[in-house]
Design a protein around this ligand. Structure first.
Ligand SMILES: NC(=O)c1ccc[n+]([C@@H]2O[C@H](COP(=O)([O-])OP(=O)(O)OC[C@H]3O[C@@H](n4cnc5c(N)ncnc54)[C@H](O)[C@@H]3O)[C@@H](O)[C@H]2O)c1
Length: 323
């Protein structure tokens, strides 16, 4: 199977490509990535010598580039997106362009080239916020940020292409990811790298917002299960099973680097900040045998260690993004 991976130079996409290529000498993957501020080609250096690996720098919104690259691929795994909620609050334009328009351009090309399977990587943020209980895949979409609204548009477009054009689409809606190679604007790597550097960390509001954390390697294993075993036209929630408030997460990260609460600065809450995310992921567990393998304690310790050991990776990224 020849797979086109969009956004493969980003945090989750690069994990997926490294995971698949290192597991299978016969795998064939083309990465299509624009290399925006969050895309780093060096994230793929560990597998750059694999004979089945090809990298194409290009924009998913460009129909010519997408049409050319799509030819001869059996499947698409679509990660490329503008992904940071705070940036979408500052300006929604790039989010609507890449996440909605870019997805439509890819879907059209996939129909034209009769691609056998299109896996759209969506997010649990499309459901909005839930104070009690957990979302199943049937829950109505009720996004609150421009990021999650643009991802909802893409998610619904992908499902509509299944119903309208018969394209073999599967959608995954995953919870918050953490792990190595995450761009240091996101909360876990931002806090770790600030603390390593003796700086303070900005905690939104009172820190009571709850997120369900999943190690990025588990998310990518789930994506591969859905790619090969998911049913066409279906959505699969991918949960972590580790619901933690931002306050508790901050405490864990302070402990991990041996710092105290004096290093926390409380900042005004994010506009429209979702209070809690919680997924019911029994469908992927029961139908496809999914189960996370990395405990939050082990994964977080390994992530802190990775950022300690990879200053040369994150320091220039933080300087460039003025973080
Ligand atoms: N990070 C999470 O916790 C999380 C959770 C659930 C779902 N997701 C989804 O997973 C996907 C990947 O997220 P991530 O955290 O790895 O994001 P990221 O920002 O680290 O990576 C995004 C990648 O997409 C590329 N890209 C952006 N615009 C492009 C364009 N127009 N054309 C081609 N490439 C482009 C970037 O260069 C980058 O390599 C996104 O679709 C996101 O919505 C993320």
């Amino acid at each position: 199977m020849r797979i086109l991976v969009t956004g493969g130079a980003g945090f989750i996409g690069s994990e997926y490509v490294r995971q698949r290529l290192s597991a299978d000498p016969a795998a064939r993957i083309t990465v299509l990535d624009k290399l925006t501020y969050s895309g780093v080609e060096a994230n793929l250096a560990p597998v750059a010598g694999h004979p089945g690996y090809t990298f194409v720098r290009g924009d998913i919104c460009d129909p010519d580039v997408v049409g050319e690259v799509m030819a001869d691929h059996d499947a698409v795994v679509h990660f490329a997106a503008e992904s940071h909620v705070d940036r979408s609050i500052e300006g929604a334009g790039p989010f609507v362009r890449t996440n909605v328009l870019g997805t439509q351009v890819l879907l059209d090309a996939a129909v034209r080239h009769r691609v056998g399977r299109f896996l759209h990587v969506s997010t649990d943020e499309v459901y909005g916020s839930i104070s009690e209980g957990s979302w199943t895949e049937e829950w109505p979409l009720s996004p609150n940020s421009p990021y999650s609204a643009s991802k909802s548009g893409a998610d619904l477009l992908a499902l509509a292409y299944h119903r309208t054009h018969g394209l073999d689409v599967v959608v995954t809606r995953c919870t918050n990811n953490y792990g190595p190679y995450q761009f240091p604007e996101k909360v876990i790597p931002l806090f770790i790298t600030n603390l390593i550097d003796g700086r303070t960390v900005p905690l939104y509001g009172d820190g009571r917002n709850i997120r369900d954390w999943l190690h990025v390697s588990d998310h990518c294993r789930a994506i591969d299960l859905v790619l090969h075993g998911g049913r066409a036209g279906e959505v699969y929630n991918v949960g972590g099973g580790t619901e933690v408030s931002n306050h508790k997460l901050t405490g864990l990260l302070l402990d991990a680097v041996g710092a105290g609460w004096d290093r926390v600065s409380y900042v005004a809450d994010r506009k429209g900040h979702d209070l809690r995310y919680s997924l019911d992921d029994s469908k992927i567990r029961e139908h496809l045998g999914y189960a996370p393998q990395v405990s939050f304690a082990d994964g977080l310790a390994a992530t802190v260690a990775w950022y300690r050991e990879h200053r040369s990776w994150w320091e220039p990224l933080k300087a460039r993004a003025a973080l």
